[in-house]
Design a protein around this ligand. Structure first.
Ligand code: PLP
Length: 403
């Protein structure tokens, strides 16, 4: 008989391993640049004041603790789809746009991957090299046999390898799913230009590929909520059927409430009833139905004009803080180490800076300077502050000189 002790021995990897090491480090110098959580100047996790207001409203107003349906709060999903695509009233009523509340952005990717694998017979997924670490895992756990990374960043020039990207997706078999970061690419901070998006859309249409957008940083790349959906709206206007996983964790600074939405856009709505049933079955088998609190708070903000205005102006302040930190970090590094170019720090967008460090260098920073970051030196910009920025810059230059 099989025993639990027979399971293969494995260790933690990726973000979880780095975070465990950070938690176990007792040094007062330690710096956390690991997860993409928005931090205040004092290092604490920032909570948008409007979220607290909306949460209080939810707590006061929720008298009914009955189960939600597997697809969640319809009004929430509709607002989420609207945030993505603009006016969707008619498309929604016609069953051409449909949303399902999910357990964060990861949950939306999972529901979408299960749906594509089980009901569309998709077996191949393409995602960027590099990408957010869970893309490959989510799709392979959902039965995708072929996981292929398309070229995205040229590691010599630290720019987008657009030729490589086009070549790779041009070779993708029909019905391959292609994951596209809509904005604020994680981890590179490099986004495609509108012209490049147009070309990608042409190739994907020609090759009959299925776009699966992932948007976790809407508004945090350009500072404008609508502008950051440009690529998605372009694909929509080009008549694609596609999916989009939305994470509200970063946009609403609500990481543990796990708020997300999967949007499905289809050409014809005649099959919408069956599509919903398939999605309901997937959700039932995964976690039965989602939770109310976080999604309801987001729904309050998206549907109440006063709360929405407050949210969008605080949101602009968050984007401005990230830009300011980028400038300060670049300056600090340039002052310490003129031997390397640091312009990419202010050229990249969004929450992350990719320092392009080797594994050895990342480890050295951790062991000798108590500074924690993930793969290739990906830094959460807001983990920096005006107290630690010069310490981090000095440590990076020391690491580069010695390794
Ligand atoms: N997609 C990308 C690109 C991300 O960076 C993240 C989180 O870091 C997610 C999805 C997952 O979002 P959530 O935490 O809401 O599951």
């Amino acid at each position: 008989m099989v025993q639990f002790s027979d399971v293969p021995v494995v260790g933690q990897v990726g973000y979880i391993e780095v975070n465990t090491a950070f938690q176990n480090d007792v040094s007062p110098l330690k710096v956390d640049l690991i997860y993409g959580t928005f931090r205040s100047e004092d290092g604490s996790i920032y909570l948008l004041p409007v979220v607290k207001r909306a949460e209080n409203m939810v707590v006061n107003d929720t008298l009914n603790h009955d189960y939600l349906s597997p697809t969640g709060i319809e009004g929430f999903s509709k607002s989420a789809c609207r945030l993505l695509l603009g006016d969707i009233e008619k498309l929604w009523n016609d069953g051409k746009v449909f949303g399902v509340q999910s357990i964060g952005g990861t949950g939306a990717l999972k529901i979408g991957a299960e749906f594509l694998s089980r009901h569309m017979n998709c077996t191949t997924v393409y995602y960027p090299d590099p990408s957010w670490e869970m893309h490959g895992a989510v799709f392979s756990f959902s039965g995708f046999q072929n996981k292929i990374q398309y070229r995205y960043m040229n590691r010599e020039t630290l720019e987008i390898d657009f030729e490589g990207l086009c070549e790779d997706i041009s070779n993708a078999p029909v019905d391959s799913v292609v994951i596209l970061h809509a904005c604020g690419h994680n981890p590179t901070g490099l986004d495609l230009s509108k012209e490049q998006w147009r070309t990608i859309a042409e190739i994907m249409k020609e090759r009959k590929l299925i776009p699966f957008f992932d948007i976790a940083y809407q508004g945090m790349a350009s500072g404008d909520i609508e502008e950051d959906t440009w690529a998605i709206r372009h694909f929509h206007s080009e008549g694609f059927e596609f999916l989009c996983a939305q994470s509200f964790s970063k946009m609403f600074t609500m990481y543990n409430e796990r708020v997300g939405n999967l949007t499905i856009v289809q050409k014809s709505g005649h099959n919408i009833g069956s599509l919903k049933v398939h999605i309901e079955r997937i959700v039932r088998s995964l976690y039965s139905s989602p939770s109310n609190h976080g999604a309801m708070a987001v729904f309050q903000i998206l549907s109440n004009p006063e709360l929405y205005d407050e949210w969008s102006s605080s949101f602009k302040a968050m984007a401005a803080r990230m830009i300011e930190l980028r400038k300060a970090f670049r300056k600090a590094l340039e002052e310490e180490g003129a031997f390397r170019k640091w312009n990419h720090i202010t050229d990249q967008k969004g929450m992350f800076i990719l320092l392009h460090l080797t594994d050895n260098q990342v480890e050295y920073l951790r062991n000798f300077h108590h500074i924690y970051m993930v793969n290739s030196g990906r830094v959460n910009v807001t983990g920096l502050n005006f107290t630690n920025i010069s310490y981090v810059a000095k440590a990076i230059i020391d690491t580069l000189r010695k390794n």
